[in-house]
Design a protein around this ligand. Structure first.
Ligand code: FES
Length: 514
């Protein structure tokens, strides 16, 4: 990623922080410090893991929920939190790729997820800003009008309630838009805190700062091993972590790619006209409102690039800031944060058995940017699979599926990309010395003739890491906006000290200073 000495944080909060996490008090849980035995081990404390754990506990299952960091601090805590079956423009593509029947199932699975959240919030009186909203996809370019029209034809064919319109209610020169009626927004952390509480009240076990490393399959029990050397003995194991912690035989690192995108939360003065908006242009733009605990915020998201690739990441925030100011006037930026999303080769998530040979090992991943609805749909499907109940969505989301076109073409281009990055970092000529790295700055440097990563804290402390990714050996790049080392090959991310923030890597970068 390009270093740019001209960057500034003017107008932007200096450090990234998610509004969803900052605006809620979250209970802390201890790490697993002994061996335990349960019916189901759920790995990953985001929307899928928490919802699934809660549902299984309600069915009388003994469940352990394991999270490598703290609950909700992964993608779920960094979303734009739209709950919608309108996943950008997808239904025309799905009809051509998998047929109208399965495309309709995709819509139904996500609509049922939204209905589940609505029912839950209503039944338990959960204060989480759940609000009905129409969802819009719009374009500002004439070239994309045809795509909107094709999607509208797909809506009509699949019986999706909506409308084709010209304009959206902002100072944006939209050329065409498509509306999906009666979708929703919410505060995901406020909602999921309630589910965590309910899970614990039913005897569910939660372990934070507990990294699951591997599974030993046995009959009738499997054993999940943690990084600290403890075990969870169980029948079923579900990987709901962003990147599957267990994917050896499924080769998921080669079947998904990671993208980063950016979000600003701005304090609003004016009335908001309602609705949730997404442009299908490049770069995309996302708009929605938050009204929670007396705070009235506008959430503007967008930009995107493959993890570890592209321009200096702070420039993406600046581009969003410019868009927000041009569209909504001079608003105060209260928060900025970024998110990482995984996309599968055919744009349909992988939800189900890791491989057909492993009846008790499940995964849920690859939601693109639509984890609120798809993560909930995954929990509903996986609950049925674990309980042995038929579910009409099992085949659609099966990780073992192979729809040849366009997935295979995409598979080839994705892996060519990896090969390029595997070589590029190794051949790069780095001359910079670590002594020249300023406080608050991160950079690739040369140490004893070898490429290394340097970050100097404001107090002058220098951190030096080996930039070779511990997953498969690509060279990580500096991410200025988040102050992390990001891998361009499969999206692993590391703190400036080298700790793993996102997989598939499981081991930290080697440190030269600690
Ligand atoms: Fe695969 Fe880094 S994430 S090589």
């Amino acid at each position: 990623m390009t270093n740019d000495s001209s960057l500034s944080y003017a107008g932007l909060p200096e450090a990234p922080s998610s509004y969803w996490l900052e605006s809620t008090e979250r209970e802390q849980f201890s790490s697993l410090d002994k061996d335990v035995e349960v019916d189901v081990a759920v790995v990953g404390g985001g929307i899928t893991g928490i919802t699934l754990a809660c549902l299984l506990a309600e069915e009388g299952k003994r469940v352990a929920l394991l999270e490598a960091g703290r609950l909700l601090t992964g993608t779920t805590g960094h979303t734009t939190a739209k709950i919608s079956a309108q996943h950008d423009l997808i239904y025309d593509e799905l009809i051509h790729h998998i047929g109208a029947e399965k495309a309709r199932l995709y819509y139904e699975a996500n609509s049922e997820a939204l209905a589940f959240i609505r029912e839950r919030v209503s039944k338990h009186h959960i204060e989480c800003d759940l609000t009905r909203e129409d969802a819009y996809v719009y374009t500002t370019t004439v070239d994309n009008i045809e795509k909107i029209d094709n999607e509208w034809v797909a809506y009509q064919r699949l019986g999706i309630p909506g409308e084709r319109v010209e304009r959206i209610p902002f100072e944006i020169d939209s050329k065409a838009a498509i509306v999906m009626s009666d979708q929703a927004r919410f505060h995901p952390v406020a909602y999921l805190q309630h589910l965590v509480k309910s899970f614990v009240e039913r005897g569910g076990l939660v372990f934070e700062n507990t990294t699951a490393l591997s599974i030993d399959h046995g009959d009738p029990a499997s054993i999940v091993k943690t990084a600290a050397g403890h075990t969870v003995t169980c029948r079923d194991v579900v990987s709901c972590s962003h990147f599957p912690f267990y994917s050896v035989q499924g080769f998921y690192f080669a079947r998904m790619y990671a993208e980063r995108s950016y979000v600003l939360a701005l304090r609003m003065k004016d009335e908001y006209p309602g609705g949730m908006y997404l442009s299908c242009d490049d770069p995309p733009r996302s708009i929605r409102q938050v009204h929670y605990n007396g705070e009235n915020l506008l959430i503007v998201g967008g930009e995107k690039h493959k993890t570890g690739q592209g321009i200096c990441t702070i420039k993406h925030y600046e581009a969003l800031e410019q868009f927000a100011r041009e569209t909504f006037g001079d608003l105060e930026i209260a928060y900025r944060w970024s998110a990482q999303d995984l996309t599968t080769l055919d744009n349909i998530p992988y939800i189900g058995r890791v491989t057909q040979n492993e009846p008790y090992a499940f995964i849920a991943t690859g939601y693109r940017k639509w984890g609120m609805s798809t993560g909930t749909a995954a929990a509903l499907l996986l609950k049925d699979m674990i309980l042995g109940v038929d579910n009409k969505y099992e085949e659609l989301f099966s990780p073992s599926r192979f729809y040849a076109d366009p997935a295979f073409r995409h598979f080839l281009s994705t892996n060519t990309d990896v090969a390029v990055h595997l070589l590029a970092g190794k051949l790069e000529l780095v001359r910079r010395h670590p002594d020249s790295v300023e406080p608050g700055e991160g950079s690739v440097v040369q140490v004893y003739g070898k490429r290394a990563g340097a970050y100097r804290e404001d107090d002058g402390t220098l951190h030096l890491v080996d930039t070779t990714c511990t997953h498969m050996g690509c060279e990580v790049e500096w991410n200025e906006g988040d102050r992390t080392w990001d891998c361009p090959c499969h999206g692993s991310r590391f703190s400036y000290k080298g700790e793993v923030l996102e997989g598939p890597a499981k081991k930290p970068l080697k440190s030269y200073t600690e």
